[in-house]
Design a protein around this ligand. Structure first.
Ligand SMILES: *Cc1c(COP(=O)(O)O)cnc(C)c1O
Length: 376
């Protein structure tokens, strides 16, 4: 608020309001037909067998690891250049997160070479995070994971509809996890989805999202069931129909939104080409991407200078962000033995510029001019 150009703008209008209103009027507001419809449309959009709607992506990551059999004594390899939830999810299971470095400023995704170096007999899983909607090196990671029998979870929060060699992100590993938090490509306020081609995994996800119970209230209310058993220790990780209806309205818009984003990114790339001191992650990438955010790396600057640049941009009315403060530096994960030189260089010199579908050409130019003035 108060910025001339905010970091993000919600793609909401009457359609979302009406969708929520209709669910409220229907009298059934918790998990029910809208969740099912949202799941069906999401899975067909991604060409994946199963989608299970959930309260958010953090719980999707937790369920994914639990379904993968991850528990105390196990190690899970994770990136540090991600949102903290990617790593916290490992801790929920009692397992230990092991941080892997990223490849480079051009490709700030988990480095397959680091994954190999960090693997030992306790390693059970890898969580990859498709940074900004651009793919991790999935061919190499999947081949290695199959050889070593490692479970692969894709944190695909940034990449709905992004592709890697023709496959949608989130559908390549064992389980993919998506977020519909308000600032994501698809927004429902809070919301998440777990996707998989494995029917057992999907059934377990449905069981665990609802207390481990064999039936849900909607089935009982609609007369399809009268009793339930509790098979396993589950949770309340469900989405509700109000959020699902908003999600359906968002799915109507997602393709057009992503096409506009691709154009905005192109405009950015044209202006940023003049900045010799700036590296644009995935600047040369050609495959379809959700273009979730517009990060740039200002080569050679440290955290102090980067933060000064941020403040100067803010003074010009341009909101910026940092994706991400490295997770391994947070108090709960800090450990002098962790060495991630590439992640540390990137986290101190990266800056996220405003990005959303309706950002105009003039606004992009204003952001880039502000950056130029600030760097001078
Ligand atoms: C947003 C996000 C999450 C968490 O999603 P929630 O739905 O807010 O729980 C996890 N990982 C990444 C990479 C994210 O961007």
């Amino acid at each position: 608020m108060g910025y001339k150009i905010p970091l993000f703008d919600l793609n909401f209008d009457e359609a979302e309001a009406l969708a929520a209103y209709e669910v409220i009027k229907s009298g059934w507001i918790s998990t029910g037909p809208k969740c099912l419809e949202f799941e069906n449309r999401f899975s067909s959009m991604l060409n994946v067998e199963h989608a299970v709607s959930l309260a958010n992506c953090t719980v999707a990551l937790h369920l994914a690891l639990e379904i993968g059999g991850i528990g105390p004594g196990d190690e899970v390899i994770v990136p540090s250049l991600t949102f903290v939830a990617t790593v916290n999810a490992v801790r929920y299971t009692g397992a230990t997160p092991v941080f892997a470095d990223v490849i480079s400023a051009e490709n700030p995704t988990i480095d397959p070479k680091q994954i190999k170096l960090l693997t030992n007999e306790r390693t059970k899983a890898i969580i990859v995070m498709h940074y900004a909607g651009f793919p991790c090196q999935m061919d190499e990671i999947m081949e290695y994971a199959r050889d070593w029998n490692l479970f692969v979870v894709e944190d695909a929060c940034h990449g709905p509809l992004s592709e890697y060699r023709g496959q949608k992100l989130g559908t390549i590993g064992d389980i993919g996890c998506f977020s519909f938090f308000s600032n994501k490509n698809i927004s429902t306020g809070e919301g998440g989805m777990l996707v998989t081609n494995n029917t057992d995994y999907a059934q377990t996800a449905k069981l665990l999202r609802s207390h481990g119970m064999t039936t849900m209230s909607y089935q009982r209310a609609s007369g399809h069931a009268t009793e339930y058993d509790v098979l396993r220790l589950g949770y309340n990780y469900r989405m509700d129909d109000i959020h699902a209806a908003i999600g359906l309205a968002q799915l109507d818009k997602i393709k057009a939104d992503l096409e506009k984003r691709a154009k905005v990114r192109q405009t950015y790339l044209e202006y940023l080409a003049a900045f010799s001191e700036v590296t644009v992650p995935f600047g040369e990438h050609k495959e379809f991407s959700s273009n979730y955010i517009m990060p740039i790396v200002i080569n050679g600057v440290g955290k102090e200078r980067r933060d000064t640049i941020r403040e100067a941009m803010h003074a010009r009315g341009v909101q910026t962000s940092v994706h991400y403060p490295a997770v391994h530096r947070f108090s709960i994960y800090r450990n002098e033995k962790i060495k991630l030189p590439m992640t540390e260089a990137i986290t101190d010199s990266i800056l996220t510029l405003p990005f959303y579908a309706n950002l105009s050409n003039d606004e992009v130019r204003f952001v880039c001019d502000s950056l130029a003035e600030t760097l001078r």
